[in-house]
Design a protein around this ligand. Structure first.
Ligand code: NAD
Length: 256
């Protein structure tokens, strides 16, 4: 089954954080192509509105919401708006995340540590904290959290990011067990090096960095955001009805 097949998510609502850019935008568009109404939540209001516009351009239904995932009141308000507008929440992709420039562990400032873990880990926790009660009320749902290859192995210079992404997998697995019997499936994706604005910021203008990154990918290229979106849609679909607490690696072989 092609996951962007029209109708797989017809009548359903998907909530996507970090939906203004990269993997989040591609996944929001994929949900819309598959028939879902999509809430695009992002700290960048303008970017979220642009994704919503792209969805409407292909005939989909979208709502853009400004939401900083580190703030409980923002997350709660965004989910309240989701229910107000579309009446339900079937799929949530908790994907907002930030990177940091390479730094040895002891050189990371406390401020940077708190900022990274706050968006990448606390943000996922807060989203689940307010999504799960809505899903329980309606009898079920599916959640996918964005981890990373950095969630399953260490990377030199990446201690804060790597710790936050390992944390996402622990959080996903434990929460998945908490709600497995209540028809809420919680899984994670671990993308490899995906060509998004985040990676472009890390590369900057250095061709050597680009080549170094591509050299880590046995397939000889970066992944495309749509290649992560396909996995997220599958994990949120009924085709994955027996998949619980899984951290799915989609990385062109990078961590094999
Ligand atoms: P991106 O920078 O293109 O997009 C991230 C989005 O998150 C942006 O729109 C940004 O505004 C939003 N965001 C940042 N902080 C936020 C906050 N506090 N609240 C709400 N939204 C916020 O990055 P991307 O590459 O699409 O990354 C998406 C996710 O995938 C991240 O969690 C990232 O860590 C993860 N990831 C990316 C790669 C990669 O190679 N690109 C690899 C592994 C994992």
């Amino acid at each position: 089954m092609a996951m962007d097949e029209q109708g797989v998510f017809a009548g359903k609502t998907a909530f996507v954080t970090g939906g203004a850019s990269g993997i989040g935008r591609a996944t929001a568009l994929a949900f819309a192509r598959a028939g879902a109404s999509v809430v695009v939540a992002d700290v960048s209001e303008q970017g979220a509105q642009e994704t919503a516009r792209l969805i409407e351009e292909i005939g989909g239904q979208a709502l853009a919401v400004r939401c900083d995932v580190t703030r409980a009141e923002d997350v709660k308000a965004a989910l309240d708006k989701t229910i107000e507008t579309f009446g339900r929440l079937d799929a949530a992709f908790n994907n907002a995340g930030i990177e940091h420039r390479p730094m040895a562990a002891a050189d990371i400032s406390e401020t940077d540590w708190d900022r990274i873990t706050s968006v990448n880990l606390r943000g996922v926790f807060l989203c689940m904290k307010y999504e799960i009660p809505l899903m329980l009320k309606q009898g079920g749902g599916a959640i996918v959290n964005t981890s990373s290859g950095a969630g399953i192995k260490g990377f030199r210079g990446g201690a804060a990011y790597v710790a936050s992404k390992h944390g996402v997998i622990g959080l996903t697995r434990s929460a998945a067990l908490d709600y497995a019997a209540q028809n809420i499936r919680i899984n994670a994706v671990c993308p490899g090096i995906i060509g998004t604005p985040m990676i472009e910021r890390l590369i900057g203008s250095a061709d050597a960095v680009r080549e170094h990154l591509i050299a880590q990918e046995p397939v000889g290229r970066m992944g495309r955001p749509e290649e992560i979106a396909n996995a997220v849609l599958w994990l949120c679909s009924d085709a994955a009805s027996f998949v619980i607490g899984h951290a799915m690696v989609i990385d062109g072989g990078q961590t094999v």
